[in-house]
Design a protein around this ligand. Structure first.
Ligand SMILES: C[S@@+](CC[C@H](N)C(=O)[O-])C[C@H]1O[C@@H](n2cnc3c(N)ncnc32)[C@H](O)[C@@H]1O
Length: 242
């Protein structure tokens, strides 16, 4: 089985160090210039934090993800938040949508999961097919190429009876960000390990890939505050138009 079929589980939910989802909801609205009545696909929605936030703002949202564990949590959170979001399980390369969405978001480093460029390109083609004419995609990757980004990562965090360790490294020659999540279950001395391997495309590569997929135009931002991309930006955010 591929790494991305294992790692996004109940432990991931527990230790996910995500940002402020409410704030990110406003940034997504600004970056994509979302209009009243827009239909949005949250691709690789995880446990639905952005899907739910955008639904609270009145948009029609579909959340799509491979992980049943994360989707179950997303469904429960949507019920608790009293919003109506359709959550669908599937692989991002094979989206079952045809010219349906005004906007697609793929956020928090959910791209580049496949070893072959053709598969990552297939994701973009599938997104293009899901978008309406002039629809827009927001694609967000961490900018590991920045001189300010840590190339070797060692993080530890303990919660309840679980100790979490993340060890990772980025190779700027290959663009591969890879590493390992280790969860040590302290009271039963059990250790669970999950590896990951993500291809982070630099902006020239991403521009080419988006054009190859058939997108017409692309703008790059360096953070969620809409600052234009520069080499030291914390993120690589592409806004691509069909
Ligand atoms: C880093 S998480 C981001 C989740 C969410 N966007 C967020 O910001 O909280 C990446 C997500 O991609 C999903 N994923 C991984 N491989 C996938 C695939 N082949 N098709 C669809 N979703 C996938 C995972 O299950 C996980 O929820």
């Amino acid at each position: 089985m591929a790494w991305y079929e294992h790692i996004f589980n109940e432990y991931y939910i527990k230790f996910d160090g995500h940002g402020d989802t409410k704030e990110e909801g406003s940034y997504i609205e600004n970056l994509l210039k979302i209009q009243k009545g827009d239909k949005i696909l949250d691709l690789c929605c995880g446990y639905g934090r952005h899907s739910i936030e955008l639904a609270k703002r009145g948009y029609t949202v579909v959340g799509y993800d491979l992980s049943n564990i994360l989707l179950e949590r997303a469904k429960a959170d949507a019920v608790a938040a009293r919003v109506d979001v359709r959550f669908i399980q599937g692989d991002m390369r094979f989206l079952p949508f045809n010219v349906e969405f005004d906007k697609v978001i793929n956020i928090f480093s959910s791209f580049g999961y496949f070893d072959k460029d053709e598969d990552n390109l297939q994701v973009l083609k599938s997104i293009l097919n899901s978008l309406k004419d002039k629809g827009k995609l927001l694609l967000d990757q961490i900018n590991k190429y920045s001189g300010k980004a840590d190339k070797i990562i060692h993080q530890q965090n303990e919660e309840g009876h679980i100790k979490f360790t993340k060890d990772a490294q980025f190779d700027s020659d290959t663009g591969i960000y890879s590493g390992r999540y280790t969860y040590e279950i302290l009271d039963c001395q059990e250790v669970k390990e999950y590896t990951f391997r993500i291809r982070i495309y630099n902006i020239n590569e991403l521009r080419k890939l988006l054009a190859l997929a058939g997108f017409n135009a692309v703008e790059f931002y360096g953070d969620f505050q809409c600052n234009i991309f520069n080499n030291d930006s914390p993120r690589i955010i592409a806004i691509a138009t069909k």
